[in-house]
Ligand binder design. Sequence first.
Ligand SMILES: Cc1ncc(C[n+]2csc(CCOP(=O)(O)OP(=O)(O)O)c2C)c(N)n1
Ligand code: SF4
Ligand SMILES: [Mg+2]
Length: 367
Amino acid sequence: MSDNGATGANGNGSNGNGAAGGRRALALVPKADAPQKMKDFKTDQEVRWCPGCGDYAILAAVQSFLPELGLRRENITFVSGIGCSSRFPYYMNTYGFHSIHGRAPAIATGLASSRPDLSVWVVTGDGDALSIGGNHLIHALRRNVNLKILLFNNRIYGLTKGQYSPTSELGKITKSTPMGSLDAPFNPISLAIGAEGSFVARTIDSDRKHLQSVLRAAAEHQGTALVEIYQNCNIFNDGAFEPLKDASVRDDITVRLEHGEPIVFGSERQKALRRTPNGSFEVVNVADVDPSEIAVHDAHNPDPSQAFALSRLDSPAFEHTPIGIFRQVERPSYDELMSAQVEEAIRTQGKGDLAALLSSGDTWRVD
Ligand SMILES: Cc1ncc(C[n+]2csc(CCOP(=O)(O)OP(=O)(O)O)c2C)c(N)n1
Ligand code: SF4
Ligand SMILES: [Mg+2]
């Protein structure tokens, strides 16, 4: 890992399908000279996560996925906040910045806005992103800055030794809440959709294939991609997502979302989702309904209400939990709009002189 450079021009061009954004996000990121391997993205740093932590699986998934993008490592950067998860940039052989608690989206916004030749990733935890950093997160999402946010959700503050977080379930007993937490948790997917997120997805640390498929789509999305990753903290919140990992039940409770496909799940694909008159979803038996009643997943729908309704299916008991891409729509990204505005200002007013601007108008000198 090393520090950052500067300068660049803006990336553009659309696949015109009104949805996924094609490869536009990476259009100006230079390609590597030679094929890459997973080992190219590993560093010599000692990994300081607890043995068995889900962060290892996510790190391995990212390191083994990045070679397929074929980007110059010098043009990839990981920006993190503070937390166990935020140690991530040390372990990536790319540029990186272990920054300030909750502020990774702000720092990454500056970088992504001024450097369209970079693939910019944010790594954050549920505390980092949703407590101290909640404001920065929602504004990055609504601005649609071209960055990819990996939210490691272990439903606990890991680094500070096990206090409850904004995603801990109500009544969570921790050292800081000995009688049970009193505040209702955020649902990060609902929050991101409500904040106008253009790409919102969920995956699981232990399912590498699924995790990488979501990373692939996120990397190629122009704008902010929010990927919630359920991550086990085996020290302070072990088993938080156990039902989704337990081979005896996981297929019956995991709803795998695929754009354009009927939402069918279950070990025998015997269950499905049907939209109710009030817009929510209900689980039905495939055998009991006409196929036309089964909802078809439409991640590209400009109206976010279906994606939001899907996000509300979660429950603390994990009766049915959707994973995959909830929402994937195309709209202008902040960096594109900013770049166009700067170009227009230069075209109409000339290049400008910052020193002259600063000393113009009502300025005076204090001796
Ligand atoms: C300004 C500030 N406030 C509080 C802290 C203490 N602190 C460090 S990490 C953290 C939360 C970490 O939780 P999370 O983001 O979920 O990351 P995890 O360790 O679980 O990966 C807190 C509260 C801090 N370092 N700086
Ligand atoms: S405290 Fe939890 S999240 Fe942090 S490294 Fe250990 S297992 Fe992972
Ligand atoms: Mg956490």
